[in-house]
Design a protein around this ligand. Structure first.
Ligand code: NAG
Ligand code: NAG
Ligand code: NAG
Ligand code: CU
Length: 601
């Protein structure tokens, strides 16, 4: 009788959700995404790795086979891992590293829908190409905000969403991540800031800018510093290492002679390839998932002559916003609709870095039905576009009326922030800074040692009292409490830091310029209520701290602890993470999970 009941329940569950199975094989081989050969990571022989297509409600099983000569793990960026904290893919936190020749099976439930990506979480392997898109199709009948875009075309928009094309936006170096790290140790400066190319869906070239362009587009914020020191941006369009030494190394030993000229100075053009995105003209609309897998740069993104309707951010619907350009930080996802209502032709898909450390850009092609203009032949990049860009090569608006996405205008659909506003149980105030050398970073005063990768057993496998790394680098919470995270950036010349929170999303409830002088958000709100939004705060898994130019800044994030486990919160600039910009979040220590025996590796 009991077994019949179990069988019947099993069938009911089976009828609503399916199991999705994937195998991802990691290999370390020679590749040349931008036309320059180097050793890099392929996933199932591809770069970027294959798209994982999943339906909301599915159980997802992913076998990662590590055939590289290095330890690795795979993290599912933005996936909550509700009740499966052991499948989060962070070595030292939720599992032991997957050793060469070994495999690990991840199993998680797709509670969410939308755009995500997977990437390696061991050392700098994301910079070696270990990433690929995840698309989770919303469950049938899920309410969406598409009527606000075109009330009569909801079906066409839903069809476009069901057929979404991921655009993986990356930055790329000609050195391996290990070599990049070694060069920082040898030189004493954060040389990772100077890269070789930008890639769209793994394709690009080294495009060397002319001296005129470099001089013309050098950011006005850094021109005076360069002039005072009689320096110029380098031929790679990079901030010269002397400036990093001056502004960020704070008197620690440096040796710029340890840097080969190719790292900052010498630009050698390559003939790579260019991504061509076919626009199905008859469909009238197409959907794109912009996914930044960047190690270092913040991007500006736009499509010539085609405004974008942003309909989801970080895999969650918003009230649609029509824009010409979007600033995309490391780890961010933007899902956009593009109306295919222009003359059948080729249009530029523009990607430019807005980091002050380098002028660099690329473009892909949006090709109506793929049938216009010159086709690429195997030896030359014959695609030309004559469309009119909305952004310039430095990522700024090409005209004053280019509309950029503004996070402050972003409103979740449906509303996600609880009303009345819940009481806050704990507030953590964290000081972001470099500690000594310009490549040693702290999310909260103390750098997190990257040897945590080898923590054995991992934090999740131990009782939280035994696993607490303590000090400045740990956030400890109880389940079903509300937590405020205040990130303060008190030193000047800091770039924006895209802080990524593992497990569930958080609300960006406030930000400001000037010192944070309060102990709680409630106190701050009585002084500066205009800096907070407790009605419709942006709901995201990445929180970008405002850069500091002439004054300190701060950012306030609130989250609900609902998923006990050991998670990482860290800057998604890879060199900052390598430099220690991370903390351990031991969530729900009162309901600490027991890791099932078959998951322990
Ligand atoms: C790989 O992981 C194993 C097991 O945790 C560890 O003993 C070893 O030192 C790691 N190797 C490297 C190169 O990090
Ligand atoms: C491709 O371009 C090269 C260099 O211009 C030319 O020699 C070759 O004939 C072209 N191939 C095709 C198939 O058009
Ligand atoms: C943690 O709290 C959330 C929110 O109340 C609840 O849904 C969940 O079941 C709790 N988890 C455990 C393991 O108690
Ligand atoms: Cu950072």
């Amino acid at each position: 009788m009991l077994s019949l009941l179990v069988l019947w329940l099993g069938l009911v569950v089976y009828a609503f959700a399916k199991d999705c199975h994937f195998t991802l094989e990691l290999t370390w081989k020679i590749g040349a995404p931008d036309g320059y050969e180097r050793e890099m990571i392929f996933i199932n022989g591809q770069f970027p790795g294959p798209t994982l297509e999943i339906d909301q409600g599915d159980w997802v099983e992913i076998v990662v086979q590590n055939n590289m000569p290095y330890n690795s793990t795979i993290h599912y960026h933005g996936i909550e891992q509700l009740n499966t904290p052991w499948a989060d893919g962070v070595p030292g936190f939720s599992q032991r590293p997957i050793q060469p020749g070994a495999s690990f099976t991840y199993k998680w439930h797709a509670d969410q829908y939308g755009s995500y990506f997977y990437h390696a979480h061991s050392r700098g392997q994301i910079d070696d190409g270990a990433y690929g898109p995840i698309v989770i199709k919303p469950r049938a009948g899920l309410s969406n905000p598409f009527a606000a875009i075109a009330p009569a075309e909801v079906e066409a928009l839903e069809a476009a969403e069901a057929n979404v094309t991921p655009l993986v936006l990356s930055d790329w170096r000609h050195t391996t991540s290990q070599r990049t790290w070694d060069l920082q140790l040898a030189s004493g400066v954060e040389s990772a800031v100077c890269i070789d190319s930008l890639l769209i869906n793994g394709k690009g070239s080294v495009n060397c800018l002319s001296r005129e362009d470099i001089d013309q587009y050098t950011n006005p914020a850094i021109k005076p510093i360069l002039e005072q020191n009689n320096l110029k941006m380098t031929n790679k369009g990079c901030l010269p290492p002397e400036i990093l030494e001056l502004l960020l190394a704070s008197g620690t030993p440096t040796n710029l002679d340890a840097l080969p000229p190719s790292v900052f100075d010498v630009c050698t053009p390559t003939q790579g390839s260019r991504a061509v995105i076919k626009a199905p003209h008859s469909a009238k609309w197409m959907a794109l998932d912009l996914i930044s897998t960047a190690g270092i740069d913040t991007f500006s993104f736009s499509i010539d002559e085609h405004p974008m309707w942003i309909y989801a951010v970080d895999g969650h619907y918003i009230q649609p916003l029509k824009v010409d350009a979007i600033s995309v930080a490391n780890g961010d996802r933007y899902s956009v609709f593009v109306q295919l209502n222009k003359r059948a032709s080729n249009y530029g898909i523009r990607l430019a870095s807005t980091a002050l450390t380098q002028l660099i850009n690329t473009y892909a092609v949006l090709s109506y039905d793929g049938g216009f203009g010159n086709y690429k032949n195997s030896t030359t990049d014959a695609y030309t576009v004559s469309s009119i860009p909305s952004i310039n090569i430095a990522g700024a608006g090409a005209s004053d009326n280019a509309a950029f996405f503004s996070q402050a205008a972003m409103v979740s659909f449906p509303p996600e922030f609880p009303q009345p506003v819940p009481a806050v149980d704990q507030t953590f105030i964290m000081d972001i800074k470099t500690v000594g050398a310009s490549y040693v970073w702290a999310l909260n005063s103390t750098p997190f040692d990257q040897t945590i990768d080898e923590e054995n057993p991992p934090l999740l496998y131990k009782q939280p009292s035994a696993s607490n790394p303590g000090g400045d680098i740990t956030i400890t919470t109880l389940n079903n409490t509300w937590v405020d995270l205040i990130f303060t950036v008190t030193t000047l010349n800091q770039p924006p830091h895209p802080i990524h929170k593992h497990s569930n999303k958080g609300f960006i409830i406030g930000q400001g310029t000037g010192n944070w002088r309060w102990s709680t958000v409630a106190e701050a709100m009585s002084a500066i209520p205009q800096n907070f939004n407790l009605v419709t705060p942006p709901f995201r898994d990445g929180f970008v701290t405002p850069p500091t130019v002439s004054a300190p800044t701060w950012l306030a994030v609130r989250y609900h602890v609902v998923n006990p486990g050991a998670f990482m919160i860290h800057c998604h600039i890879q060199s900052h993470l390598n430099g220690g910009m991370a903390m351990a979040m031991l969530d729900g220590t009162d309901e600490w999970p027991e890791v099932p025996g078959n998951y322990k590796n």
